[in-house]
Design a protein around this ligand. Sequence first.
Ligand code: AMP
Length: 305
Amino acid sequence: MTTDGYRPIILLLGPPGAGKGTQARFLHDKLAVPHIASGDLLRAHRRRGTALGNAAQAYMDRGELVPDQLVVDMVMDRLERADTVRGAFLDGFPRTLSQAQVADQLLAARRSVVRVALYLEVPTEVLVERIAGRWLCPSCQATYPSHSSAPPGNGRCVACGDQLYQRADDRPEVVQNRIDVYLRETLPVIEHYARRDLLVRVDGNRSIEAVRTTLCSNLGGVVRGLRHNHWHVYFSDQFRADDGRSDWRGRTLCGRHVDSRSSRERGSEDDFRAHPCRRCQLELRARQGPIPDAPVLPTAQPQHT
Ligand code: AMP
């Protein structure tokens, strides 16, 4: 099947605490396509007390997965919104093989296709530690680490000033279950995308900046500057690494348009690390702001089965 002209979908996969939310804010900023996190959508339903929110509550509190049909309907409904016309990236979805198979079919019917599945890998003991010290902003979903039981700083979000909170399902006894469920249910999803040659494994147990660099180079690449002997990282317009493509174009983090016609030399992450463009590097180091379009409820309520 040729998928040219299909709406590109990027998947962000990984266990709870792998840093998906943190990286999602960066990708959202740079790619200007919506970040759709199934967990955030479900929490928004719960806050509003919708039928879906009420149905999901008990599963979420136990760290279990919400039934496939409810989640698939919810995410597909979100993809009907006009802001997804250039594509979207999905965070925390699909979580089961059945969700992945149904999603593949429903996406194809909407002339959309998964271009790449980015899988953030982090050892389990690091996940448990990260989640135990995680505080969140209810308004913009920013996350903050704390090394004590108290919230970090003055307990308020640096970006929007809201009071930070800890998720009920981040309690240690629930976290272990969420990780177990993840390993049982979601690893087949990883294999599913690996078989389709769409999976990119990313070591998530590194600094935020290092993970961002790897994500960029897998959603575009590294090119040498024309005037200076340094390297830029760029996002491809295809939302996929341009490896092997003779025609490619994209935009560097420092804001330059680059394409195959300017016969730029392509490089690796190591090249970038050795001689980085300072402005690209600043972008990779920048503290991430809030996601402006925090989850909005879908227009129609999914049917419960
Ligand atoms: P998250 O914010 O991604 O950690 O998700 C929080 C909770 O929402 C999970 O523990 C599940 O109960 C539920 N959830 C989120 N995404 C899905 C999904 N794709 N399938 C089923 N349940 C989900």
